[in-house]
Design a protein around this ligand. Structure first.
Ligand SMILES: [Fe+2]
Length: 228
């Protein structure tokens, strides 16, 4: 008798997917980046502050993927290491999109030069490094959170920024491109979560879900910081 393995996500990714969907539903209430876009309260300077930190976040993607690859090899999981290595090829250069978006925002030179990476973005990156150090499994959950959340939230956000705040989508090209690319990436993250993560003492589903919550929580804090 032939046995077919049911395609599609298993229990880990199903739980994380549901959690991210809940956060995406709440995002327009909990995160000022989205709430204020809907109310027409995001200025060019706000979006430049956001993009400066987004560029910094994207510039760390490749170093962090390399660290996750090394961590997976140390733990004897070469298939997971290969997933991270292949992702480097997909993510390299995306920081340049964010840099170009930042530079496209019309601002006077003094205002632009005064914009630095926000403290909450530094906290966000510290959280990401901590997850990689605990177990590369947490970094897969993080990647899925970042990518699936973007797919769910970004199209409405870019539209609201355009229609309610007068921010041309050309300033948001890094986000618009990710809203498309990350559909496939999020599917791949789900597959990896279910197929490549062996049972381990260092993580369990509860801790993975808590790390997803923490990722969103710090991103909400970052959203407040953009307007502070
Ligand atoms: Fe990317």
């Amino acid at each position: 008798m032939e046995h077919h393995k049911e395609p599609g996500p298993g229990p880990i990714s199903v739980s994380i997917k549901a959690r991210i969907e809940r956060h995406a539903e709440l995002a327009y209430r909990t995160n000022p980046l989205f709430a204020r876009a809907e109310r027409g309260e995001v200025s060019m300077e706000h979006i430049a502050r956001y993009l400066r930190s987004l560029h910094h976040l994207f510039s760390m993607t490749v170093p962090y993927l390399k660290a996750a690859e090394a961590g997976a090899l140390e733990r004897g999981n070469p298939k997971l290491a290969r997933f991270f290595r292949e992702k480097i090829g997909e993510e390299a250069g995306h920081d340049e999109w964010a840099r170009a978006d930042f530079e496209s925002v019309p601002l006077d030179a003094g205002t632009r030069e005064a914009i630095d990476v926000l403290p909450t973005m530094k906290a966000f990156l510290a959280h990401v490094r901590e997850m990689i150090a605990i177990d590369p499994a947490f970094y897969v959950a993080y990647a899925m959170t970042a990518e699936y959340f973007t797919v769910l939230v970004a199209p409405r956000w870019v539209a609201a920024l355009h229609e309610k705040c007068g921010i041309d989508p050309r300033h948001m090209s890094a986000i618009a491109k990710h809203a498309e690319l990350d559909k496939d990436h999020a599917d791949e993250d789900m597959r990896v979560l279910d197929e490549l993560l062996p049972p381990s003492e260092s993580w369990d589903l509860g801790r993975l879900l808590a790390s997803v919550d923490r990722t969103i929580e710090i991103f909400d804090e970052f959203g407040h910081d953009v307007f502070s």
